[in-house]
Write a protein that binds this ligand. Structure first.
Ligand SMILES: [Zn+2]
Ligand SMILES: [Zn+2]
Length: 205
């Protein structure tokens, strides 16, 4: 009888443990796109103008359509560093705002200098270009800080192809291609806004 009670106790305990883990596994861990409801891999940062950040979950397709809107309506110019896996954010900063906050950083100086002498036509489609695409081979989660500090001219350009000028549409095509090809997920993505020149870079805060 005693043996039977012990066995029964063990079975009940095992069942409890099993159902606990089974339930845990079944809890939804997938984030949903706040626009269309499919699985979301990104956070899109709504508006940095009001200094209040709201990051909404978004899927790849909706992210690309938001970015297309941002990049094609932006009236300034920007250096766009190719997306790279590792850093959690892929965000825009205006040179002005960046320069005021990080005086020792050369990133805004490099962006200003290179935007001044960029080609005026898009390499891909021949329309007016306002983005300068810089490839990011060598940029990782560990050294993006040094790229921000020393600028892209000293850190990225020596090991990457010559920067190319692109229009907003073609620039977003390149970004979308990279995100898909390298399966990059970002916690926060923001597109260029406003009228001031700036840069877009994979980074962390
Ligand atoms: Zn969506
Ligand atoms: Zn183009």
């Amino acid at each position: 009888m005693k043996f039977f009670v012990i066995v029964l106790g063990c079975v009940a305990f095992a069942w409890l443990i099993h159902s606990f883990f089974f339930k845990k596994k079944k809890l939804p861990t997938v984030k949903r796109c706040s626009v269309c409801g499919v699985e979301s891999k990104y956070g899109y940062s709504e508006n940095t103008k009001e200094k209040i950040k709201s990051i909404k979950s978004i899927c790849t397709k909706c992210l690309v359509s938001h970015l297309r809107n941002d990049y094609t309506t932006f009236s300034g110019r920007a250096v766009v560093i190719q997306p790279a896996p590792g850093p959690p954010c892929y965000v825009f900063h205006s040179n002005k705002e960046w320069g005021e906050s990080f005086k020792e950083s050369k990133m805004d100086d490099d962006a200003t200098a290179y935007l001044l002498r960029m080609d005026t036509l898009c390499r891909d489609c021949g329309q007016k270009a306002n983005f300068l695409w810089v490839e990011s081979k060598g940029l990782t989660a560990h050294n993006f800080g040094s790229v921000l500090k020393k600028g892209f001219c000293e850190t990225l350009l020596p090991r990457n192809p010559k920067p190319v000028s692109l229009c907003g549409n073609c620039c977003v095509n390149h970004i979308a291609e990279e995100l898909k090809e390298k399966e990059i997920a970002y916690f926060e993505v923001s597109g260029p806004k406003g009228v001031d020149d700036g840069f877009v870079i994979p980074m962390a805060y």
